[in-house]
Design a protein around this ligand. Structure first.
Ligand SMILES: *[C@@H]1O[C@H](CO)[C@@H](O)[C@H](O)[C@H]1NC(C)=O
Ligand SMILES: *[C@@H]1O[C@H](CO)[C@@H](O)[C@H](O)[C@H]1NC(C)=O
Ligand SMILES: *[C@@H]1O[C@H](CO)[C@@H](O)[C@H](O)[C@H]1NC(C)=O
Ligand SMILES: *[C@@H]1O[C@H](CO)[C@@H](O)[C@H](O)[C@H]1NC(C)=O
Ligand SMILES: *[C@@H]1O[C@H](CO)[C@@H](O)[C@H](O)[C@H]1NC(C)=O
Length: 655
């Protein structure tokens, strides 16, 4: 009786866990990755398939972040499992970012898909890869790590009604009159179907450009930037939806005051109405993505693979529209820009839960390799750690950093996407540390201008009051020391920054531990985070101190980072120079080009025809035989080595 009872309890336990835990077989991985989708402006509330298949059936990780809030640097950070200060891809375009630099630095040789291939996966990529991958360099080199790849190419990446792709490094093709997201949808379903009768585990990464804004070269050669264009079938939706009027939305008093932020005036009603419409168009553009989510789940279900597939949904960076009075865009250190959707469904992942585990994009690669039982293929230089998504992953020897990460940025001005004459001045160069636990939630920032920010998000979740002038030195000096380590951390020091700060005391694992009064004296020994100048790229000598030079000789000790606010005349001069030289108005850069060259750009751009009329693009999703409509782009376009960057394709829009 007793034995039988124990036996049935054991059987019960066995059943509960065996259905909940991953099997030994390598799981498939489907990664859906959107562009510029917020976690904070409620866009995921408007995606019913995402809710049905992922939010209700998986876990939403609400504390997941991009550590640099712009496409190219963030994508490379994710691909490599590194902070941008270690990839040195710090901008969207040359000289400090873009596909050419990525390739020249050899970064493409060792990335997430390369490691998954080594772990025995069949890997595919469909959609937007990164900035400056174009009709001219699609095979120079062909991106590494994919058995099958089908990527959007510039200068058409941001045009919703002109879908242009290069497949496996072949010359690009276009699909006349087709809605770009629908082509990605059809390609993704087709790729998934190709795995119907195979045993090899697959990794399928699908990256729609939506809900990014549309950037298009106009007849006069100027760049037109406008809100996302929905598929015709979704254009009528959400007429009454407005941006949430949170306490930081278009506030009466300025809520964010560092650098250019202080220059924003309160938005008038006309602008607020325009911003609401931009928000609605983002939601409309996401409907085609949501339909794709539905189709992908239907196919996984058809194949009977739902129990052995992890599905991940995320975005490269977040987005703001009107928060702190800012014009639509990203690139900030505010929650709207850095906090991104991260939803995971699969074996061993709790259903319908919201997790407060803190993680960042550089943790995704090591985490997927851990799910793929291929952690030995992750190089030692990777900064990220394994996010404990499942019970098994909790025991991984390289766990994610417990509660903190750095956020960084390097551009000489604010970028605004659809408004080119916004009158704000100042560099967008900062180091931020976020520390999030059950007991506290802090944002601390040092700008290259010498300004500091401190927001206590537990009491002030919308970051409406910079309390830097009111925090005591006990907290300020700990946060500064933590930022000091994280801003140049590498590998293990990113996962456990406290080992650098307290080399002799392994008991210090969190900010709470470090705050103990017994360490007050210890924290008098650290130099403070400063910039020598405002430089729009990463220079170690400019950003002092670094780990290794972080102790001061105690004659000059200063326990409070608040006193010597760095504001040398040198740095103010440099900022002035930067502001004068920077191309703040894209229209001026166009005016400087000679007319003949300009006409040539417009002519080449038009070699890929648009739809006969926009109104019918995306009336219906595409049929299975959509590939029959693929047409090669004219060879002339491929042969003409146009420097799209030089011609204002990227400047100051922040695509
Ligand atoms: C990868 O999967 C695709 C689609 O099933 C298949 O065509 C290809 O042969 C596979 N490649 C390898 C190396 O397994
Ligand atoms: C609203 O503000 C914008 C930007 O400052 C300005 O161009 C526009 O004229 C203003 N509109 C009204 C109706 O005041
Ligand atoms: C830096 O110096 C300039 C010029 O003296 C001054 O206007 C500005 O307020 C200072 N900034 C800070 C953060 O102290
Ligand atoms: C990053 O790139 C910049 C610009 O190319 C270069 O000056 C700098 O030395 C690089 N930084 C590191 C740490 O390699
Ligand atoms: C460093 O110097 C400061 C100021 O003189 C003093 O308060 C502090 O205790 C010293 N710290 C150490 C670790 O000796």
């Amino acid at each position: 009786m007793r034995i039988a009872l124990l036996g049935s309890i054991a059987l019960f336990l066995l059943q509960t866990f065996s259905t909940a835990e991953p099997s030994n077989e390598k799981p498939n991985i489907l990664f859906i990755f959107t562009d510029d989708q917020d976690a904070r402006l409620n866009s995921i509330d408007y995606m019913p398939n995402l809710k049905k298949h992922m939010i209700n059936q998986g876990t939403t990780y609400k504390n997941h972040y991009a550590t640099i809030a712009v496409c190219c640097p963030s994508r490379v950070s994710l691909l490599r499992g590194q902070y941008a200060h270690n990839t040195n891809i710090t901008d969207v375009s040359p000289p400090y970012g873009g596909y050419t630099r990525f390739s020249k630095l050899g970064l493409g040789d060792s990335t997430l898909p390369v490691w998954l291939q080594q772990a025995g996966y069949n890997t595919s990529y469909i959609g937007k890869l990164m900035n400056e991958y174009s009709v001219n360099n699609f095979n120079n080199p062909t991106p590494k790590g994919f058995h099958y790849q089908d990527q959007l190419v510039d200068p058409y990446t941001y045009v919703y009604n002109k879908a242009v792709f290069s497949k496996n490094g072949e010359p690009p093709v276009y699909y006349k009159g087709k809605y770009q997201t629908d082509v990605i949808h059809a390609k993704a379903v087709k790729a998934l179907k190709s795995h119907r009768n195979t045993e090899t585990p697959f990794f399928l990464w699908v990256a729609p450009m939506a809900p990014h804004g549309q950037f298009i070269i106009q007849d006069n050669g100027g760049m037109k930037t406008e809100p996302p264009v929905p598929a015709a079938r979704h254009a009528h939706l959400f007429k009454d939806v407005k941006i949430a009027r949170t306490p930081n939305f278009n506030p009466e008093r300025p809520t964010k005051t560092a650098s250019f932020w202080k220059d924003y005036s309160q938005l008038n009603d006309t602008l607020v109405e325009q911003f609401d419409e931009i928000h609605r168009n983002r939601l409309r553009a996401l409907q085609a993505v949501d339909e794709m989510v539905g189709s992908l789940f239907d196919e996984l279900e058809h194949q009977g693979k739902l129990d052995n597939t992890y599905v991940i949904y995320s975005a490269d960076n977040g987005y703001h529209i009107g928060q702190h009075r800012a014009y639509p865009g990203k690139c900030g250190n505010i929650e709207e820009d850095i906090n991104v959707p991260f939803i995971v469904r699969g074996p061993g992942i709790p259903k319908g839960e919201i997790s407060d585990i803190v993680s960042a994009h550089h943790d995704i690669a090591p985490t997927l390799l851990a799910l793929a039982k291929g952690s030995n293929y992750v190089p030692d230089w990777v900064d990220g750690g394994v996010i404990p998504l499942t019970h098994d992953l909790r025991k991984h020897p390289k766990p994610v950093a417990q509660e903190s990460f750095a956020v960084e940025f390097w551009t000489d001005s604010a970028m605004s996407e659809f408004y080119t004459n916004v009158d704000v001045n100042g560099p967008n160069i900062y180091k931020t540390v976020r520390v999030i636990s059950k007991d506290y939630n802090y944002m601390y920032s040092v700008w290259c201008t010498g300004e500091h920010e401190f927001y206590d998000l537990k009491k002030d979740p919308y970051e409406t009051t910079n309390e830097f002038d009111h925090i005591d030195s006990q907290l300020a000096n700990r946060l500064d020391a933590l930022l000091l380590v994280l801003k140049t951390c590498r590998s293990e020091t990113c996962r456990d920054p406290w080992r650098i700060i307290h080399p002799d005391d392994p008991s210090v694992k969190t900010l709470a531990d470090a705050l103990h009064r017994k360490f007050d004296k210890h924290y008098t020994q650290f130099k403070q985070v400063t910039f020598a100048e405002c430089l729009p790229f990463f220079s170690v000598t400019n950003e002092q101190p670094t780990v290794g030079q972080h102790f001061i000789t105690n004659g000059t000790a200063n326990s409070n980072p608040k006193t010597p606010i760095h504001n040398s005349s040198k740095s103010t001069d440099v900022i002035q120079k930067l502001l004068q030289s920077s191309i703040l108005q894209p229209s001026t850069s166009f005016q400087r080009r000679d007319d003949q060259e300009l006409a040539e750009i417009v002519r080449l751009h038009k070699l890929v025809p648009g739809p006969d009329t926009d109104a019918v693009v995306g009336l219906n999703v595409l049929p299975d035989d959509f590939e029959k409509d693929a047409q090669p782009v004219p060879q002339e376009l491929v042969d003409n080595q146009i420097d799209w960057v030089k011609h204002g394709f990227y400047t100051s829009f922040g695509n």
